[in-house]
Write a protein that binds this ligand. Structure first.
Ligand code: NAP
Length: 271
């Protein structure tokens, strides 16, 4: 496993996503396989309906709770002071755990101020129910605002990021400000798997397009990735990304998929 070190916290760089599965049985099987294979970072959300299955899989696994980095996210209707507290307690019940490692605002608030939500999240952190706080689907400006508002550090901004969906400005901001960028839909929801450049680079390493798509993310500073799969063979395949490295040329070639690398980001990434 590789780690992202953010604000002195070590987060497993590869996590397991749990959206997009239909049944608890499917979710339980997938998360159990992921833990067995070696994933130590699991991404869930109040919205996904996967918290109970994640909790069951964690409880039945041989892996100790403290060895797994668990993230959940506040649903849109749970952003007031009271709802943050109540809904997080309900999440903890479903997850069968006394704390989550990371609690995120799932997407920017439209009815409640970010200040109110972040203050409530900070209180949960003070009470030990939440280790770290963060945001998701925030712009650079919103991330900066959240950093100003929150007493506790904003550990991550979780956003869509993959070779066909770039986040140049946000990534540069994250590298410069010690914030982790958690890449969701790192396989483009499966849409990247027929990408010719990924396949071509993969052939040289004996790896699949999915593995190259993940490797490209993991080699970028401050980036973690949370692919999801309901199939054991894909769960395994996506974890098998720590025994090869993309060259600087290959990294550049994949950045070329969408117009090359801007100078500011090239500097930040050391490419
Ligand atoms: P993704 O991980 O990019 O892609 C998942 C899709 O790819 C599934 O259909 C899966 O099908 C397929 N797949 C996975 N590995 C494969 C492989 N090795 N070969 C072939 N196909 C493969 O998409 P995602 O679910 O959108 O993103 C991952 C996680 O990010 C989510 O589960 C969720 O935890 C998080 N997320 C967060 C937000 C947010 O707003 N914060 C939004 C979206 C997602 P099979 O099941 O058949 O393998």
């Amino acid at each position: 496993m590789e780690y992202v070190t953010v604000k002195d916290v070590e987060v497993p760089a590869l996590g397991f996503g749990t959206a997009r599965m239909d049944t608890d049985e499917e979710r339980y099987r997938a998360v159990s396989t992921a833990l067995e294979v070696g994933y130590r970072h699991v991404d869930t959300a109040q919205m996904y309906g996967s918290e109970s299955a994640v909790g069951d899989a964690l409880a039945d696994s041989d892996v100790d709770r403290e060895d797994v980095f668990v993230t959940t996210k506040l649903d849109n209707g749970n952003r007031s002071r009271e709802r943050v507290r109540e809904s997080t307690r309900a999440s903890l019940d479903r997850l069968g755990t006394e704390y989550v490692d990371l609690l995120l605002i799932h997407s920017p608030n439209d009815r409640v101020s970010h200040e109110e939500t972040l203050n409530a999240m900070n209180d949960l952190r003070d009470d030990g129910l939440v280790r770290h706080v963060g945001v998701s689907n925030f712009s650079v400006e919103q991330t900066r605002e959240a950093e100003d508002l929150s007493e506790a550090p904003i550990l991550t901004n979780q956003v869509e990021y993959h070779v066909r969906h770039r986040q140049d400005d946000l990534l540069a901001y994250c590298v410069e400000n010690d914030v982790m960028l958690t890449a969701y839909s790192p396989l483009g929801v499966g849409g990247l798997l027929d990408d010719e450049a990924l396949a071509d680079v993969g052939e040289r390493h004996g790896k699949t397009p999915a593995q190259v798509a993940l490797r490209w993310l993991l080699q970028q500073p401050m980036v973690s990735a949370i692919p999801m799969s309901s199939r054991p063979e894909h769960v395994r395949e996506n974890f098998d990304v720590f025994d090869f490295e993309l060259s600087a040329d290959e990294m550049h070639r994949l950045f070329e998929r969408r117009g090359g690398l801007v100078d500011r980001l090239a500097d930040a990434l050391g490419l």
